[in-house]
Design a protein. Structure first.
Length: 359
């Protein structure tokens, strides 16, 4: 009798819908609760992870495109780089990084939808920290420019104002690309003023560099959505025009190099020199770096190809700066600027930098 009851109870326990025994077999499993299970708190980020987030925010590989502005400006003004040029480079680097931090702070809502992997929307860096960094870097940039002299500070102040106006107000307006172009041009003039040369002689180089920046910025406005054929085509045409201009021998060198280019002659047309061939070669390198991704983006304006076009345009800034320096007769300076390109590529290929966006 007891065996029959026990067998019936065991059979009933195995029937569908009957309560099942737990692992110990001592009590039934309680019904599931509607309350969510407690989550394990995330492990604290390591120091390398925090540094990686700031490297991504500040676009460290793109920093290699900045020193060439001041060096090309000094070359265009006919002055040799010196300690004040280094101060101008430091000022440019600080203001550039301030713009990067401010850019992501201003776009944090947009990035949350389109680029959630970036440091601010992903929570790796607090917005307040990014805004503070932008302010501190701006102050440091102005202080370094003041150390290079009043003419340098007189250009660094409007440069800083242009950076902040672009990020906070002008970026998404038709004036955005022009504001970015003005910032690059002012940066080149900053190097000319800090080195002690006249900024008037550097205006043509500033205009050429600003035209390139205008084209790149116009393409970058559609890098997340794609669909623009006109912008890559315009950038491609701009690249061709700039290549021809930087390869063309200047009819009048800066005053500091005019006598060396044509000793004993009072005319303003210098004889062909090694720097002319160097300018042509660097101009070709500029075209090779920028034209191909622009062409691909024009054929297929998808977001990935548009982003590659923007990256190619940014990388092409360095050979353009070097070509401008060579065009001004500063062969050694142009080679120094050109050496920044492979250094930037090696830095970008490091494991810690592979995920850092340059745009």
């Amino acid at each position: 009798m007891n065996r029959t009851v026990a067998t019936d109870r065991a059979t009933t326990a195995r029937e569908p819908g009957a309560p099942q025994a737990d692992a110990a077999g001592s009590r039934d499993t309680p019904p599931p609760s509607d309350r969510p299970e407690p989550r394990t708190p995330p492990a604290p980020r390591t120091r390398s992870a925090r540094l990686g987030a700031w490297a991504e925010l500040l676009r460290l590989p793109a920093l290699f495109t900045v020193p060439g502005d001041a060096l090309a400006g000094a070359a265009a003004a006919g002055a040799r780089p010196g300690p004040r040029t280094l101060l101008a480079i430091g000022s440019s680097l600080c203001l550039y990084e301030a713009g990067m931090a401010l850019n992501d702070w201003a776009d944090r809502a947009e990035d949350a939808a389109e680029r959630p992997h970036r440091p601010l929307p992903s929570g790796r860096i607090r917005p307040a920290a990014a805004l503070t960094a932008a302010g501190v870097l701006t102050g440091a940039g102005l202080a370094l420019a003041a150390g290079a002299g009043r003419p340098a500070l007189a250009l660094a102040a409007p440069l800083a104002a242009t950076v902040w106006a672009y990020d906070l107000r002008l970026k998404h307006t038709p004036a955005g690309p022009a504001a970015m172009a003005a910032a690059r041009g002012l940066d080149l003039l900053l190097g000319a003023a800090a080195t002690g040369g006249g900024t008037r002689a550097a205006l043509p180089s500033a205009a050429l560099l600003g035209s390139h920046t205008l084209a790149v910025t116009a393409v970058s406005r559609r890098e997340t959505t794609g669909g623009s054929v006109l912008a890559p085509l315009a950038a491609l045409a701009t690249t061709g025009a700039l290549t021809g201009l930087v390869a063309r021998r200047r009819t009048r060198l800066p005053a500091g190099r005019r006598a060396a280019a044509a000793p004993g002659l009072s005319g303003s047309t210098p004889a062909p020199t090694v720097t002319d061939a160097l300018a042509a070669a660097l101009g070709a390198a500029y075209a090779a770096t920028a034209a191909r991704p622009y062409f691909h983006a024009a054929l297929n304006p998808s977001p990935p190809l548009t982003q590659r076009a923007v990256g190619g345009g940014i990388r092409a800034t360095i050979p353009l700066q070097a070509a401008l320096a060579a065009r001004s007769g500063a062969g050694a300076t142009s080679l120094l600027v050109a050496a920044l390109a492979p250094a930037g590529r090696r830095f970008a290929k490091r494991s810690a930098m592979r995920k850092v966006s340059i745009t």
